[in-house]
Design a protein around this ligand. Structure first.
Ligand SMILES: Cc1ncc(COP(=O)(O)O)c(C=O)c1O
Length: 311
């Protein structure tokens, strides 16, 4: 269908069965490919919702600069939507995220402020909050506390899943801000209260880009833990392995949090007798090419090199 504007191409991503990843013939696993969004991640949905809501409420006015702490994807999506709406964007990002993120942000014309890599996204949040407190030209959408984040997933991602597959038994997604899990989880449970909503988190001293463990004490304000049926930890090495397997067995080029999510779905499938599991694959593999993950050498490297050197 002809579109009038690139923003209309956000969402309506495909739901694809990944039968070769299921350890159990009676358990079907489906992947929602968010890498098919215009900037290659799920965050295009929330960037559009947050900016359009702020414009409608008069909080985002032409004199403002959009400022956001992010591990990368949200910054890229905000810069993309802001380009169309005529706003400048500044992002605060840990210095050790993949270089592709910085390159994409530059391509979309965003300015980058680096925060201490060892402090992760929590460090970026503090720096952005300090900047916003000192200078009121900044408008901070603040995805961790902005209701437009889960609402985007409630009204779009969740709806699309139900349209394509009304019989969902388990929904699995990574936990970053919690926006995906809250929005899609609420939508699916309204349709069928028996749906299980499962969050994938990294080990507290491990790292999977885009995901957070809640062990450091920061609970995003939009996150309502009572909506989650379980929280499952996946090691980054497992996430790498399954991300490669997704390519080898299914031809799906996805990011590393997607490997973690599918790894979790495979574990759950082993314990189920039958049913449908929907996995949300948050982004495509493009922003992770510098990890060498898809090279032949990676399998040997991973045993000898601490994976954190790439982040
Ligand atoms: C690659 C990746 N996966 C998963 C997530 C988690 O999504 P959410 O913030 O909706 O919890 C993010 C969030 O930044 C992400 O960048």
């Amino acid at each position: 269908m002809k579109k009038r504007d690139i923003l209309e191409t956000i969402g309506n991503t495909p739901l694809v069965e990944i039968a070769r990843m299921s350890p159990h013939p009676e358990v079907r696993i489906f992947a929602k490919l968010e890498g098919n969004n215009p900037t290659g991640s799920l965050k295009d949905r929330i960037a559009k919702y947050m900016i359009e809501r702020a414009l409608a409420e008069g909080k985002l006015t032409p004199d403002k600069v959009i400022l956001e702490p992010t591990s990368g994807n949200t910054g890229i999506s905000l810069a993309f939507v802001a380009r169309r709406k005529g706003f400048r964007v500044k992002v605060v990002m840990p210095e050790n995220v993949s270089p592709e993120r910085a390159q994409m942000l530059q391509a979309y014309g965003a300015e980058i402020v680096y925060s201490d890599g060892s402090k992760g996204t929590n460090g970026a949040i503090l720096v952005a909050q300090e900047m916003a407190a000192k200078d009121d030209t900044y408008f901070m959408p603040y995805q961790y506390g902005n209701e437009s984040n889960p609402r985007a997933h409630y009204e779009t991602t969740g709806m699309e899943i139900l349209q394509d597959l009304p019989e969902v038994d388990v929904f699995v997604a990574g936990l970053g801000t919690g926006g995906t899990l809250m929005g899609v989880g609420r939508r699916l449970k309204e349709h069928n209260p028996k749906v299980k909503v499962v969050a994938v988190v990294p080990h507290p001293d491990d790292m999977i880009q885009g995901l957070r463990s809640l062990e450091d004490g920061f609970i995003p304000p939009i996150l309502n833990l009572s909506l989650l049926d379980s929280r499952i930890m996946v090691e980054s090495q497992e996430a790498f392995r399954v991300t490669r397997e997704l390519m080898q067995k299914e031809g799906i080029f996805a990011g590393i949090s997607s490997g973690a999510v599918v790894c979790c779905a495979m574990r759950l499938a082993q314990r189920m007798e039958r049913g449908n599991i929907v996995c949300l694959l948050a982004d495509g593999g493009w922003k992770y090419l510098s990890t060498s993950l898809w090279t032949k050498e990676f399998a040997e490297l991973k045993n000898t090199v601490d994976n954190k050197i790439w982040w």
